[in-house]
Every structure is written in structure tokens, then in C-alpha cells.
Design a binder for this molecule. Structure first.
Ligand SMILES: Cc1ncc(COP(=O)(O)OP(=O)(O)O)c(N)n1
Ligand SMILES: Cc1ncsc1CCOP(=O)(O)O
Ligand SMILES: [Mg+2]
Length: 211
């Protein structure tokens, strides 16, 4: 089952990826995406190996951003791949049927392509501006996200959509009403002074149950 809250790891001013992952798991997240930028493959592998242990302790799923070989090596639960990353079909060949494969969409055409490629979920964004990612694609806003979700209904495309990009707690009801399965957030949790409360607030806005 694809969780409705995808937590995305970050290094913050005083905390490493691993410290932030442990705190997010303590606060109740059950889906962790390790998103390490600007480090060597060996460094990412070392962090991913420890992240796997933390996630195992808290029974959270671990998804590796960008690095298919590392996901395979640490037996992660899946990978997330954007347009500049490995093709999802190639990743499926390497990883086999079980691991989740997520893809990034910024447009309706991306959603159609990823659905054809058989991804397990689609990260759709950016919902709004954010400093967490460089070189953002054009902002979709609630109108852009809703239009794409309407096209999915018309085209009978049923891949779970995870909205991403600058999401705040007060956005989540609207995103969920527009048909999103869930949300992916980094700074909302990583910069929170009370991560448990933040995670509870987010989960309160998301429906229970399976897709
Ligand atoms: C859930 C989710 N959606 C989208 C992204 C963005 O992936 P990508 O386009 O490959 O950009 P980077 O994260 O690699 O900078 C994501 N990571 N997660
Ligand atoms: C990885 C990614 N892809 C599109 S926006 C984004 C960053 C999400 O982080 P935040 O929730 O802090 O805006
Ligand atoms: Mg990527």
C-alpha cells in the first residue's frame, strides 16, 4: 500500500539526514524517501545503509531517491525517479516486481507516460514554490493539480498521485479533495519545532484506508 504521507529527508542547519529521519519516524511517519544531493555514491550508500536500519526499527518503508543500484544494494522498499533519472522500465528490470517505483510528473503528458510505464505512484508538482529543490518546473497550484486529476478521471488512469512542493498543512484538505492520494513533504516536517504534532496534523487531513 502506498502511504498517504511521504516524508522526504533533508540535511538541516543542525541535523543530518539520519537524525532527521529518526525524528520523523519517532513522530510517526511510515514512508521515508532518502533524498541526498551533492554527495558521492559511496556517501549515499553509507547513509542509505543506516537509514534502512532506522526504518526497520520503526517499521517504516524506505524509498531511495535517484539511486537505483543503491536501492537494490540496501534492499530498500523502492526508488523515486524523476525525468533526469533512470527510466522506470529499466529500474523495474533491475529491481524486480516487488519494490515500489515512483516517478515525477510536472504535466498531464508526464502522468500519461508514467502510467503507461507502470509506476506504482506519481509525485506531481511543484504545487507551490519551495527552496528545497533547485531548478523547479513551473508551479501547478491547486488549479493545475485539479486539472490533471480531472484528466485522469476522464482517461481512467488510476495511479496514486502524491502532491509535492512547498506543501503546508492547510493545503492538504484541498489537495485531498482534488483527488490526490497523498502528499510528500520535506521542510514542513524537517523544520518543525514539534514534529509529532506536525505529523498528527498532516495525518488528520488525509483519509485512512487503502487506495
Ligand atoms: C514524491 C516525489 N515526487 C517528486 C520528486 C522529485 O523527483 P525529481 O524530479 O527526480 O527531483 P529530485 O527529488 O531528484 O531533485 C520526489 N523526489 N518525490
Ligand atoms: C523534491 C521536490 N520536488 C518537487 S518540489 C520538491 C521539494 C519538496 O520539499 P518541500 O516540502 O520542503 O517543499
Ligand atoms: Mg531525481
Amino acid at each position: 500500500m502506498i502511504s498517504r504521507l511521504h516524508y522526504i529527508s533533508q540535511e538541516t542547519a543542525d541535523k543530518s539526514h539520519l537524525q532527521n529521519i529518526e525524528e520523523a519516524c519517532q513522530a510517526g511517519v511510515d514512508w521515508v524517501q532518502l533524498r541526498v544531493k551533492n554527495k558521492s555514491d559511496n556517501e549515499v550508500l553509507a547513509i542509505a545503509t543506516e537509514a534502512k536500519e532506522i526504518c526497520k526499527k520503526y517499521k517504516a518503508k524506505l524509498i531511495i531517491n535517484d539511486h537505483v543500484a543503491i536501492a537494490k544494494k540496501v534492499k530498500a522498499n523502492g526508488v523515486h525517479l524523476g525525468k533526469e533519472d533512470m527510466d522506470p522500465a529499466e529500474a523495474r528490470e533491475i529491481l524486480g516486481d516487488r519494490p515500489y517505483i515512483g516517478g515525477t510528473a510536472n504535466t498531464w503528458e508526464d502522468v500519461e507516460r508514467l502510467a503507461m510505464a507502470g509506476v506504482d505512484y506519481i509525485g506531481l508538482g511543484p504545487f507551490r514554490d519551495t527552496s528545497t529543490k533547485e531548478n523547479l518546473s513551473p508551479i501547478l497550484g491547486i488549479k493545475g493539480i485539479s486539472a490533471i486529476l480531472n484528466n485522469m478521471i476522464i482517461g481512467d488512469i488510476q495511479v496514486p498521485i502524491i502532491a509535492i512542493g512547498g506543501i503546508q498543512t492547510e493545503d492538504i484538505f484541498d489537495l485531498q479533495l482534488s483527488g490526490c492520494h497523498g502528499v510528500a513533504v520535506a521542510s514542513l516536517i524537517n523544520l518543525s519545532d514539534n514534529k509529532k504534532e506536525t505529523v498528527n496534523d498532516i495525518n488528520y487531513c488525509l483519509p485512512d484506508g487503502e487506495f
